[in-house]
Write a protein of this length. Structure first.
Length: 247
C-alpha cells in the first residue's frame, strides 16, 4: 500500500448530546491499522445534514482514504479485509459468556469460603449461579422471552402463563440452591421445569427436526435451539436429583 493510502479522513458526529459510537470504532480501527487520520467533527445536526447532502450519503461516519470515499464502518472493515459481524448469524457467545462467568464466580466463592478452588460445592454453585444468570437474562425482556419460549416449550403451549412464570421459577430455584435453604422446595421445582424443558427441546430438535432459536439467554438471541439448550435443562435436572439425595 502506497504512502497516500496511509492517509485517511473521517467525518463523524461529535455533539454535546451525541457522540457516534460507529465513528469512534472507525477512528480506532484506522489508527490500529497504521493510518494517519484527519478527524473531522460534525458538531451540529445542520452541519451533519449539509455534509450528507454534499456527498450524497445517508449516514455518518464517512471515511475517505487516498481521496476515495470508502463509506461507513462496515465498508471500512470490508476495505481492510476485516470480517463484518452478521447480526443474524448463529452464535453461542452469550451462553459461553454466562457459563464461563458462572464458573469463575463459583470457583472464587469456593476459594473464599472453603479455601479450595474445586470441590463438589464448586459444581453446585456453578449450576445454581448459571441458573440465576440465565433467569436474569430472560427477565430483562419478559415479553420477548415468552414469544420465543412458546415456540417449543410443551407446557407453555398449553398453559401460556407458565412461560411468564418460568424465569422466576428458575431464579428462585437457583438462589435457594446457592443458599442451601428450602431444598425440599427448590430441588423439586428445578426438577419440574428442567424435565419439561429437556423433553421439549429434545422433541423439537431431535424428533421434529425444527430449526429454532433458543430462549435460554432471552428472547433476542441468535443462539440455536439444540445441545446447549438441552444441557441447560439437564443440568437443572441433575442438580435437583443430587440435592434431593445429598441434602
Amino acid at each position: 500500500m502506497s504512502d497516500i493510502k496511509k492517509q485517511a479522513r473521517i467525518y463523524r458526529m461529535v455533539m454535546p448530546e451525541h457522540i457516534c459510537p460507529f465513528g469512534l470504532k472507525a477512528l480506532d480501527l484506522l489508527k490500529r491499522e497504521g493510518y494517519d487520520v484527519v478527524d473531522k467533527w460534525l458538531r451540529t445536526r445542520e452541519e451533519t445534514d449539509e455534509f450528507k447532502q454534499q456527498h450524497a450519503v445517508e449516514t455518518t461516519p464517512q471515511i475517505f482514504i487516498g481521496g476515495e470515499r470508502i463509506g461507513g464502518l462496515d465498508e471500512l472493515k470490508s476495505y481492510l479485509g476485516k470480517p463484518a459481524k452478521d447480526p443474524d448469524a448463529v452464535t453461542y457467545q452469550p451462553v459461553i459468556a454466562v457459563f464461563a462467568t458462572a464458573a469463575l464466580i463459583a470457583m472464587a466463592s469456593t476459594w473464599a469460603t472453603l479455601g479450595d478452588i474445586w470441590t463438589v460445592r464448586t459444581i453446585e454453585w456453578f449450576i445454581a449461579i448459571s441458573m440465576c444468570m440465565l433467569a436474569s437474562l430472560k427477565l430483562r425482556d419478559l415479553e420477548s422471552f415468552t414469544n420465543m419460549f412458546l415456540g417449543y416449550d410443551l407446557l407453555a403451549q398449553k398453559v401460556v402463563r407458565y412461560a411468564y412464570a418460568y424465569p422466576f421459577a428458575e431464579l428462585i430455584a437457583g438462589v435457594l440452591m446457592i443458599s442451601g435453604a428450602l431444598i425440599w422446595f427448590a430441588a423439586p421445582l428445578a426438577l419440574f421445569i428442567g424435565s419439561i424443558g429437556a423433553y421439549s427441546v429434545y422433541k423439537a430438535v431431535y424428533i421434529e427436526k425444527r430449526d429454532l432459536k433458543c430462549a435460554c439467554v432471552g428472547g433476542d438471541s441468535n443462539v440455536p435451539l439444540g445441545f446447549i439448550s438441552l444441557t441447560e435443562n439437564l443440568m437443572m435436572v441433575g442438580m435437583a436429583i443430587w440435592m434431593l439425595v445429598a441434602y
